[in-house]
Structures are given as C-alpha cells and as structure tokens.
Design a protein around this ligand. Structure first.
Ligand SMILES: [Zn+2]
Length: 242
C-alpha cells in the first residue's frame, strides 16, 4: 500500500507545505466482493453506453499525457512530486492543472486507488472550508435517508471504478490490490470532499452528485471557468523554469 504517513512526515521534515493528499483519504474497506482474479466487479448501475463514455474519456486523457511543465507545476501545487501522474484531468481556464489523473499502479508497483486527485491550491482550500464547516456529517445523514441520493452516489463509485479499470487496461497496470476501492468514502460514506470534487472535475458534471454539489457551493471562491489562481499558468510555468 502507498505509504501516506511516511511521505507526509518527509514533507513535514523538509518544511514543505502539506500535500493535499493527506486529506484525500482512501476508503480502504472493501465493499464489493471480487469476481475472479482481475475482474473488478459487475456494475449494476451503469450501462454499456456509460461505460463506453468512460473509456472514451480515458482515451482522450491519455492522448495528451502530462508534460514536464505540468508535472513541475503540480509538484509546486502539492509540495511534493506527483508520482504516477499520467495526465492533467481538469484545467483552469488559464491552463493550470486543477486535478490530475494518477495511474492505478505507481512506477515501483505500489497500488494507488486515488485516481482523480485535486491539486489546485485554491480548490483544495475552498473544499477544505466546506469540510471544516461540518458538511460531511449532514451529507452522510442524507445518504442514509435519501435512497435516490444513495443510488446516485453508488453509481459515482461504479463510474470511478470503471474509469480506473479503463486506465489500468490502457496502461497495463494491475488493480488486484485495490479492487472495489474507490475514493472519498464511496460508495456508502462521505469522507473526503476533495476526492469527490476531483472526480467531478475530471469526469464532468452528472457523475458524482456530491462532488457536483460541493463545486456548486464553492463556486464564488473556486470555479474552473473563472481563473482565480494565485499563480496563473503562464506565471507558474515561468517560475518553475527559472
Ligand atoms: Zn487559473
């Protein structure tokens, strides 16, 4: 398993800003039974057309792999090197990465379940503020009492797994160790809004109801269509290449 603690303590020791990663906790509880060796699970809430759309999205992302400049900027955003970053999954109108796509298995073989990762410091801050306001408690209660929301949220979980599965297939990565594990607490709990908003940004609206909702709530301070970057792309890029 990816050792989050070690990486964080290294960051602390070197006085680097804390990575957004620490709050993007992964739900390690296996909620789905595995079907066979590498077959992740049977999707019950997504149809063939949706699966095809997810595969198209993955192809589209992999067609423009992360450039060294983008990796440098994300390195600066997170305060650590973005291991396994294969593509920028969403960009600000200025061009800055907002969320990145990480391969299911890092270069050294470490399984990495958090495929969609929020990197924009402005977005991370806005979403952290929502979490600090205790929103997740309300949303967890809502998931328990609203079957439609619960179903839409489980569908988001399946779409997340389908996305990663398509990515693993394209890259030849093994997903065996992270089978059935998505992110952010899905499919039953809300544990990390950063992970949910990252999915919404990477996969688009209509995929994750709570990620979409979080983005709606913060739109006056963070909006992918309005650049409020402290370091817009051209400036960030220039500074990284000085
Ligand atoms: Zn921007």
């Amino acid at each position: 398993m990816h050792n989050q603690k070690d990486e964080d303590s290294v960051n602390k020791a070197q006085g680097r800003p804390q990575a957004a990663e620490e709050s993007q906790v992964v739900d390690k509880v296996r909620v789905e039974s595995e079907v066979g060796q590498n077959k992740v699970e049977a999707f019950v809430l997504i149809g063939d057309r949706e699966l095809a759309a997810v595969k198209d999205r993955v192809q589209e992302l992999l067609a423009t792999p992360a450039t060294p400049e983008q990796i440098d900027v994300v390195n600066h955003q997170l305060g650590r090197y973005p291991r396994g970053m294969v593509a920028v999954g969403a960009r600000c109108v200025c061009g800055n990465p907002l969320a990145v796509v990480t391969r299911p298995q890092l270069e050294d073989g470490t399984p990495f379940p958090t495929t969609c990762y929020l990197t924009s410091p402005e977005a991370v801050k806005a979403v952290s503020r929502l979490e600090a306001n205790g929103l997740m408690t309300d949303w967890n209660a809502e998931l328990g009492s609203d079957p439609d929301l619960a179903s839409a949220y489980r569908r988001a979980h399946e779409l997340y797994l389908a996305f990663r599965s398509a990515l693993a297939h394209q890259l030849g990565d093994d997903e065996g160790h992270i089978a059935g594990i998505s992110a952010g607490g899905m499919p039953k709990r809300v544990k990390c809004l950063h992970a949910l908003t990252a999915q919404s940004l990477v996969m688009g609206p209509g995929v994750n109801p709570l990620g979409d909702r979080a983005l709606g709530l913060v739109h006056q301070i963070f909006d992918s269509q309005v650049c409020r970057c402290a370091r817009p792309w051209t400036e960030a890029y220039r500074e990284e290449n000085r």
